[in-house]
Design a protein around this ligand. Structure first.
Ligand code: DGJ
Length: 719
């Protein structure tokens, strides 16, 4: 967290805007969103947040009556929650931040970075607020840096990434929460007077119960295609806190940031504390538009290689668990080849010799191939896979250690655990102390050795993380334990950065016992994430639906497995709405099913570009009916793919049309039901016919859904 030089490049490149052209207003704007700040009596205040006005000059006319501090402080006149609270070196618990200057940098034609320096008039204590505006995507990222030149350390108690305000009659908050195997469940509630906090105190695997994503609607509950929505997410892979306070005047204060819980931070003089980025968009076109803004930003800036192809795969976890050997795996390589996927992914259980990883009690930390299961080693497997024309990927969980491991005995001081108390296990494991640079080297070394030791090369890593912090104490941090929650994450980022410096485009899946770690702090280092260990397609419809609000389909790994008593077609249709994979014994399927899988992989290869790079339109929510439907539309609106699902059959379902969205009303589209098992005909009356976008968005198509767990997929093409 401590950085001697904050944003050095930024400092060099900045062009100082010495004064305000028309007024004291600072306008941070994208194509449709504006955040306007005003300097009044030396203090920076938020004047406006919402839809951008056509004419920037008109912001001057907005009255200052409802202004609130652009970064709220504690200790002087603020009566509400503070974004920042510090105790100065001399014990003074108050902070007054006055405006010093504003600087703008044009990063490129569509990205502008604004830095605003604030300073305490009585202390050498400074805060810089940063706002990075992505004009085309309608996204603003905001974060702060904090530094001082006081004679001794200043303790930071609160250090949010932003304070933002909305002013409306009513506020409706959509949050995403859950647990293992039921991630990203959505709930919308009206905010009433007072404070609502969504947070994580789990340290690592921080999103297991709550996600750092939310959508806020003003005036009325959020609609998919209408209504004012502010959608935000914190780019932080550790404890976070999203605070919403409705004040006495019914104004809403939004304070997102790292969770200050048990994290008082002693900031030394001349060092810089940088808060994580809060990423948000605002739209008056409903939650669907908010998602499309975030997805477009995410593919370009939020995930690694967001516009590059992904690998379809066969994973062995739900097929073998820990019970495999070389010949079983090679058999699976053949199955991967047979169904036409790009890669085989070897999961947990391949390592440990003194303490073999034959179950989850032992082996974590000892990253050498188990000689009994894999006598010829990993290199042999890589070659065997490659000989069959498929790539080879591997699972790791490098932040963790089992007490039954050589690592545990060799480096007891690398482990987070309380002195003088019994060890507390989750899944029989403990967390390594990533605040310690020696541990960072070790964790980096796990990937680096696997990459360098096994030419022609492991093509893919699945990085897992299967427990939270409990009873956490860092032997490395000694008396400064309150820095642990933050330093752990900073240590993790250092490792991610090293991996990316050496292997910039290596595909990697972010996994955490399902979706316990899905955030835009980690995702810039990963090509994709594992949403949930629940692979039952009915549950997956809800889970994938929840993720779809903030994370693009190209990053969302959906595997077809043995879970759930549903047809292979239904399972495939559910998995194809994101990045397709398999985790099942293919040769246990009937020959007709294997044929269907083979054909479905080919079909997926034909439509995947639309799913990966297209705009998402959610059509029918599974939360509101017994069906779900969504579609992806290509950039030029010349192609689309529609997924429709019937979860539980009710009378009359056959007659309800699915009205499409996002098409060009004037274009003519041919509708075709795809992904049909060989020999079956489409029962969709529109399949094979041509309609205008107008017709399809007004009248719709009749998806032939019959029976619990049935589905239909359609492709739209233009001539
Ligand atoms: C949890 C992951 O979510 C699963 O996919 C699998 O990799 C197991 N861990 C392996 O232990």
């Amino acid at each position: 967290m401590l950085k001697k030089v904050a944003l050095g490049i930024f400092a060099v490149l900045l062009v100082q805007i010495s004064s305000f052209a028309q007024s004291n207003d600072i306008i941070i704007r994208t194509r449709h969103v504006a955040l306007v700040l005003r300097v009044e009596k030396d203090h920076l205040r938020q004047l406006y947040l919402g839809k951008a006005l056509e004419d920037d000059k008109e912001y001057e006319k907005i009255s200052s009556d409802n202004n609130k501090p652009a970064y709220s402080t504690f200790g002087t006149d603020n009566l509400f929650s503070a974004a920042i609270r510090v105790v100065h070196a001399d014990g003074n618990p108050s902070l007054d931040l006055q405006f010093v200057k504003q600087e703008n940098e044009k990063i490129n034609d569509s990205i502008t970075l604004t830095g605003i320096d604030l300073k305490d008039p009585a202390y050498p204590f400074e805060v810089t607020l940063y706002y990075q505006a992505f004009y085309n995507e309608d996204i603003i990222e905001t974060w702060t840096t904090i530094r001082h030149q006081e004679p001794a350390s200043v303790t930071l108690y609160n250090f949010a990434s932003a304070s933002l305000y909305l002013n409306a009659k009513d506020y409706y908050l959509t949050q995403f929460h859950g647990d293992w195997a039921k991630e990203m469940q959505m709930e919308q509630n009206k905010l009433s007077s007072g404070i609502k906090i969504i947070d994580s105190k789990l340290g690592v695997r921080a999103d297991e119960f709550n996600s750092p994503c939310f959508m806020l609607s003003t005036g009325k509950p959020a609609g998919e295609n209408s209504g004012n929505v502010l959608a935000g997410t914190l780019a932080w892979t550790g404890n976070f806190r999203l605070l919403f306070e409705v004040d006495n005047a019914n104004q809403l204060h939004i304070i997102p940031g790292m969770n200050p819980y048990a994290s008082e931070f002693p900031l030394k003089p001349d060092t810089t504390f940088t808060t994580p980025k809060f990423i948000f968009t605002y739209t008056n076109k409903g939650q669907g538009q908010a998602t499309r803004n975030i997805d477009r930003w995410a593919r370009s800036f939020g995930i690694l290689d967001g516009y590059k192809p992904r690998l379809t795969l066969l994973n062995n976890w739900e097929t073998t668990y820990f019970d495999f050997n070389e010949s079983k795996l090679i058999h699976l390589f053949d199955q991967a080849k047979e169904i036409g996927v790009d890669m085989f992914l070897l999961d947990d259980g391949w390592f440990g010799n003194k303490y073999p990883r034959n179950n989850d009690h032992a082996g974590l930390g000892d990253w050498q191939a188990n000689r009994e299961k894999l006598p010829h080693g990993i290199g042999y497997l890589v070659r065997q896979a490659n000989n069959r024309g498929i790539k080879f990927g591997i699972w790791i969980e490098p932040e963790m250690v089992n007490p039954e491991s050589e690592l545990y005995h060799k480096h007891p001081d690398w482990i987070l655990r309380l002195p003088d108390r019994p060890e507390n296990y989750q899944r029989h494991q403990l967390v390594l102390d990533l605040s310690n640079p020696a541990v960072q080297d070790f964790v980096f070394g796990v990937i680096d050795s696997l990459k360098t030791d096994y030419p022609p090369g492991i093509a893919y890593f699945k990085w897992d993380c299967n427990r939270t912090f409990t009873d956490a104490y860092s032997p490395y941090l000694g008396k400064n334990q309150s820095a642990l929650y933050i330093d752990y994450v900073e240590g993790l980022y250092k490792v991610f950065k090293r991996v990316r410096e050496k292997y910039p485009h290596l595909p990697m899946m972010l996994c955490s016992g399902g979706g316990g770690r899905v955030d835009y702090g980690a995702l810039p280092y990963f090509t994709e994430f594992w949403p949930s260990d629940n692979t039952n397609p009915i549950y997956r419809i809800f889970i994938q639906w929840g993720y779809s609000y903030f994370f693009p389909a190209i990053a969302t790994c959906n595997h077809v497995t043995g879970s759930g008593d549903y047809s292979i077609k239904f399972k495939l249709d559910v998995a194809m709405m994101g990045k397709l994979g398999f985790d099942m014994q293919i040769n246990k399927l009937k020959p007709s099913e294997i044929q269907f899988v083979r054909d479905a992989v080919k079909t997926y290869n034909q439509i995947k570009d639309i799913v990966w790079y297209g705009d998402l339109y959610r059509l029918i929510s599974p939360y509101k009916s017994n069906k779900a439907a969504l579609m992806y539309v290509s950039d030029h609106k010349d192609k689309a793919v529609i997924f429709t699902y019937l979860l539980h059959e009710e009378l009359g379902d056959m007659h309800l049309p699915v009205r499409l969205n996002g098409l060009n009303a004037d274009k003519k589209y041919r509708v075709k039901e795809i992904n049909l098992p060989e020999g079956t005909q489409s029962h969709c009356p529109e399949s094979g016919h041509i309609y205008t976008g107008d017709y399809l968005m007004t009248v719709g198509i009749h998806a032939p859904l019959r029976g619990d767990g049935s589905s239909a997929v359609f492709e739209l093409t233009t001539e």
